[in-house]
Design a protein around this ligand. Sequence first.
Ligand code: GLC
Length: 468
Amino acid sequence: MYQAVHLSAECFPIAKVGGLGDVVGALPKYLNIAGISTCVILPKYNQKWNATHPAEAIHQGICTNENFYVEYKILRYVDVHLGFDVYLVDIPNLLFRDNIYGYDDDSIRFLFFQQAAINWINNWAGKPEIIHCHDYHTGLIPFMINNCYDFGNLAGIKTVFTIHNGLYSGAFPTYLLSYFPHFPKESVGLLEWDQTINPLATGIKCSNRVTTVSAGYLDELKYQDNAYNWLYNEYGFKCKGIVNGIDTEVWNPKTDNYLIHLLKNDWASFKQKNKEEICKSVGLDANKPLTIFIGRLNTEKGGELVYQGIHDFLAGNQQMNFYVLGSGAHQIEDAIKRLSGYHPNNVANYIGYNEELAHRLYTAADFLMMPSLVEPCGLNQMYALRYGTIPIVRAVGGLKDTVVDFGDFGGYGIRFNAPEAYDLVTSLYRAFDLYADSDKFDHVRELAVKLDFSWTKAVNNYIEIYKS
Ligand code: GLC
């Protein structure tokens, strides 16, 4: 019997688009280690992992009323050991797609994922104590278990709703309510926000606890203009910001399978050897400082600033190199490729997703830039710090909570405030000067690699929420 059941659209290494996948692929493992028996339920997609890891059906069921009839299966992997059990909701025509998101019928896809998952839990002999939902794809569950007649067995189970990214709400038109299991008409207000059915707003209203992935981000949601200010304030009493951890077993410079040169004891030679390897592969000079960007190339993550910042810096100084790894908006991808074209000796890029290259870049780089306009938590700055790479971040959301400027007492990073290229360029110059002062640079790196962002520590904050 599980004490906590996590529901999510992503879970590393099975299905990952971004940080949500990393968190759901790690937090349950550390909850288990801490003694809270935890499993994860996610949709079965048509992705590489599922092609190579067979799963067997352990349950079949039907979600139905007079408007719909959807058969589902629950599958369990035959031989997968991630530190937590994973169950897949299998509804081939809706969920078994090449991508996780991005289809016209996403609302219906995730609606039935949620229904099937709790339909199954409703059949369990014992009930979990906590149902933990991640992002809007699972935001309707706290409503369903307490209001839909079909799920009476589950009413009263405590729910936690974690917001990894409040920019996405999954809102859909009210006529799709015909795909809902029956509930009393007077409850419909719990589902509505701004004349739509809004899973993000529903999760906030109906769950027992709401967490955001940093306290700084929760403040921004409450006090900076957005469509949900009222909700975050009204329900502030049950909201808490908890900074994510990282999986320090996966992210371990001494054992990381992706690396060519592992860390022995000497950080400087570990970094330099990996840097030479990467630089050689793309024709960059390994004697110059190397600044990387890893992530989605969109406005939210400051994709335009990445381009403009590198462009403006190189216009005046070619003594720093850059490597950009990511994908996103085509115009930003194209702009980055053009930069590499203009500056073949200073700018390398890989447009796409590449977990292995990401690990190697954290090892090889001197600096990582994250000029995000919005950053609920951010994991890359923590991966970077663990691999001895100094983060250059805009002071926003979780970045503000996790990175202290080296100019401040005990600081190990570089922070800037304005979401503008000039402020990023100023920070790149500070990085450049820091690198030139090798004693100071070594000292800052020494502070960085001593930090502990592990889940072993962070998991306790979730356990406290569960207990409350
Ligand atoms: C989302 C957020 C990111 C956060 C991650 C995990 O991807 O954009 O800031 O770190 O979720 O919670």
